[in-house]
Design a protein around this ligand. Structure first.
Ligand SMILES: CC(C)=CCC/C(C)=C/CC/C(C)=C/COP(=O)(O)OP(=O)(O)O
Ligand SMILES: [Zn+2]
Length: 411
């Protein structure tokens, strides 16, 4: 057993009971309502969410002078949530974000948490995703595609590889040893930990699996073990927990739900692994031949993200999508605007971003291909709840992804 896992305190029975009690009270109340009132309760409060998001962006605006190291994250969380809602931001506000993020950019590459701060992979990922979400020449060309050094864990692997793939600068040198490191982070439970020897967690499982796909080495993971682990993370409260014996939380709608979105395109590899004992070495078959998703076949690393999204999902979602949407809408949504971890907690921009990202993932999880809109039966609540689709490897709105992909492929 992992040494760190055995030291991790699990949630107390009392905390678990309190959360379940609150959530099932909401569901009981909901169940007793007439149809029309139920539909109103399941409605995504678009206007209130927009008001909350714009207020957050404006609070950052006057010179972005708040003293913290998370401002590129706030830009990404807010702008991505707005894009998911299919809305735009005034051009002046967008220009301010681009200018602000330019001030966070280090002369030697990478973005810090604020102007003059040391560059960091996580804030670099957030800044790049924010700028891609703004889109357009001014925003995309403000990114200097060089950066030296960084930190070491699975989130760092993901943020570095995601940014490099997006910017069309992923190469064999950058990818070297990354797959070996992530394979060492897959635990006996089947999920992926932040570092070798630590406990499997949804956030790192998404990061590790997405990275392995982007570097063409996903078949080196034990995918059946991964599916087994993530399938048991959806609780009876309908939301996901981040790790075994912890409380459910709406942000895992994206981190764990995102793992399912990725697994939907790896079903053949999974079947092969189940038929053969897992060897850790892949050959060029099924999924791999279609997408180039295999370590032993030469492939243009920078085209993997694009090929991935062009390949239709091979299965229905392997989690309960409608139940998760119910949790997000009834328990994660603050009807005044914004989303929260669970009932009893306050709203924040992180949970707004990842709950909406998870909601979008659910809504499109049964779509046949990217050109067919989801059926009304796949969308919980009124069809007007439908959000914009995302690219599940990068978590940016698909349309923004295509614009940036084209821009960086040409420059
Ligand atoms: C790209 C990017 C932003 C990656 C971040 C991935 C991510 C969410 C990692 C999770 C980190 C972690 C161990 C949280 C546990 O917090 P906790 O103990 O408060 O929560 P828990 O009880 O739900 O585990
Ligand atoms: Zn959370």
């Amino acid at each position: 057993m992992d040494s760190s896992a055995s030291q991790t305190p699990t949630v107390s029975q009392r905390d678990q009971w309190m959360v379940e009690h609150r959530i099932f009270q909401i569901y009981d109340f909901f169940g007793g309502l007439p149809r029309k009132a139920q539909s109103a309760m399941l409605e995504l409060q678009r206007e209130n969410h927009m008001e909350y998001l714009i207020k957050g962006l404006k609070r950052l605006e006057p010179s972005f002078s708040v003293l913290d190291a998370n401002r590129p994250w706030l830009c990404y969380w807010i702008l991505h949530s707005i894009a998911l809602l299919g809305e735009c931001v005034e051009p002046e506000l967008e220009d301010n974000v681009v200018d602000f993020l330019s001030h966070c950019q280090d002369p030697n590459g990478g973005y810090g948490g604020g102007p003059g701060q040391m560059p960091h992979l996580a804030t670099t990922y957030a800044a790049v995703n924010a700028l891609i979400t703004v889109g357009g020449e001014r925003s995309l060309s403000s990114i200097n595609r060089m950066h030296d050094a960084g930190e070491i864990d699975v989130r760092a692997c993901y943020t570095a590889i995601s940014v490099a793939s997006f910017l069309n600068i992923l190469d064999n040198e950058l990818v070297q040893n990354v797959g070996d490191y992530i394979v060492r982070c897959q635990t006996y439970e089947g999920g992926i930990a932040g570092e070798p020897g630590a406990e499997a967690h949804g956030g790192y499982t998404f990061c590790g699996f997405a990275t392995m796909i982007l570097i063409n080495e996903a078949n080196r993971l034990d995918l059946a073990g991964l599916l087994d682990w993530v399938a048991f993370r959806q609780g009876k409260e309908c939301g996901f927990q981040g790790r075994t014996n912890k409380l459910i939380d709406s942000c895992y709608s994206f981190w764990q739900g995102g793992v399912f979105a990725l697994l939907q395109r790896f079903h053949s590899t999974l079947d092969e692994q189940l038929a053969l004992p897992h060897s850790g070495e892949g050959d060029c078959t099924n999924d791999s031949q279609k997408t180039g998703l295999n370590a032993s076949c030469p492939v243009n690393l920078n085209s993997i993200g694009y090929n991935f999204i062009k390949q239709p999902a091979e299965t229905e979602p392997l989690f309960h999508s409608l139940a998760l949407q119910q949790y997000i809408l009834l328990c994660g949504q603050d009807i005044e605007g914004g989303m929260r971890d669970k009932p009893g907690k306050g709203r924040d921009y992180y949970h707004t971003c990842y709950s909406l990202s998870g909601l979008s993932g659910c809504q499109y999880s049964s779509a046949e291909d990217e050109d067919s809109p989801p059926l009304p039966s796949a969308v919980m609540g009124p069809y007007s709840n439908l959000l914009e689709p995302i690219h599940p490897l990068f978590n940016v709105v698909l349309e923004k992804y295509y614009e940036a992909h084209e821009f960086f492929a040409m420059s």
